[in-house]
Design a binder for this molecule. Structure first.
Ligand code: 5AD
Length: 370
């Protein structure tokens, strides 16, 4: 078991590329267990056993973009497109507020620029009605001016995963016309405007290599985002990557495809996600790191596993129930039980079983929790 590398990462909050590689490629379950245990310890020391909750409102699945992995890509003609009206969004916030949520995450596809007025107005309305709540946006790449307007209207956090820091890999996951350069520019702008900014990747995305992941870690190391979202890639049947598991190079070999998705590939993505959560927790003791919905989708106890690897946030679904099937980023996306806002009691009891509880505070990024 290689405890030394984990101890070094905890102490130095960084490793060189070879160090990250050896952690990522290690097949030793004891080293992985020690990594998770150490990361969990750092998280508990920083945040106690409280887990922050965010009410996720998927207010539209309309998207001008065509990312190859994503179920709401514009080429998918197989879903009913919807967009909530401002009063419907406010209704969801009221419901969430009553349940104890103090952060609302407005997530949606990339709307046309003309919808900026609407988004700005919604931020203003929520901020006016619920001044003690934080508004997080997750709306993709938009103009700098738009980011500024939303910020001035009351949004203070923004999630925009970079997805991969390697330009060639980026091009394999995204349509022509999208560029890594623009994605990174957007993330830099969000940070400069003053948003608490989140970024991240999918673990085991098609064609991803360990080298790519090392580049991602190094980018995040330099960026120092406040939030880091990592979830396993899950194929969506109505996308070019649907049903197939494209080759992901892991442990020096290609796992899976091209070919049918395999259990092995799924386990690999779960394992990789947990390792990354732990690595980022050790690099950034203060960061807000969710146990994502995708993680809860690939394993029944995925959320718990994420928390026990150092995650400290969960984002229950607060969207109107009728939208949930249409907001299908990937197949079988979890949105009920403790993944849903209505299931908060179930979430609470599941957390209790692993010795944790819900922390109902806003949970802003801070460098001196506890
Ligand atoms: N599998 C897992 N995550 C996905 N996302 C989009 N499509 C998928 C998929 N097929 C993630 C992306 C995006 C976030 C909102 O959802 O990383 O940033």
């Amino acid at each position: 078991m290689n405890t030394e590398i984990v101890d070094t990462l905890k102490r130095e909050k960084r490793l060189d590329a070879a160090g990250y590689r050896s952690l990522l490629e290690s097949r030793d379950p004891d080293t992985a267990a020690y990594l998770h245990e150490t990361a969990k310890g750092v998280s508990v020391q920083r945040f106690g056993r409280g887990i922050y909750i965010r009410g996720l409102i998927e207010f539209t699945n309309i998207c001008r973009n065509d990312c190859l992995y994503c179920g709401i890509r514009k080429s998918n003609r197989n879903i009913r497109r919807y967009m909530l009206a401002d009063n419907e969004i406010i209704d969801r916030c009221s419901c969430g507020y009553g349940l104890g949520f103090r952060t609302f995450v407005l997530q949606g596809g990339e709307l046309p620029d003309e919808k900026d007025d609407f988004i700005e107005e919604v931020c203003r309305l929520i901020h006016g009605r619920f001044p003690d709540c934080a508004i997080t946006l997750s709306l993709g790449e938009r103009r700098e001016e738009s980011y500024r307007r939303f910020f001035n209207a009351g949004a203070t956090r923004y999630l925009l995963r970079h997805e991969t820091h390697n330009p060639a890999h980026y091009a394999m996951l995204h349509p022509a016309g999208m560029s890594l350069e623009n994605r990174l520019r957007c993330i830099a702008r969000l940070k400069a405007i003053g948003y608490q900014t989140g970024t991240g990747i999918m673990a085991g995305s098609p064609y991803q290599t360990v080298d790519n992941i090392i580049e991602d870690i190094q980018y995040i190391q330099a960026l120092r985002p406040q939030m880091i979202g990592i979830g396993p890639f899950i194929p969506h049947k109505d996308t070019p990557f649907g049903g197939l598991c494209y080759g992901t190079e892991y442990r020096n070999r290609t796992v899976g495809g091209p070919g049918p998705a395999t259990r092995e590939a799924e386990d690999m993505r779960l394992e990789l996600t947990l390792k990354l959560i732990s690595i980022f927790r050790l690099m950034f003791p203060d960061a807000l790191i969710p146990a994502t919905t995708a993680l809860a989708t690939v394993a029944n106890d995925g959320r718990e596993k994420g928390i026990l690897s150092g995650a400290n946030v969960v984002m229950p679904n607060l969207s109107p129930p009728w939208t949930r099937d249409s907001y299908s980023l990937y197949d079988d996306k979890a949105s009920s039980g403790s993944e849903s806002a209505e299931g908060l009691a179930e979430l609470e009891s599941r957390l209790a079983r692993i010795g944790y509880h819900i922390d109902f505070s806003r949970g802003d990024y801070s460098e001196n929790c506890i």
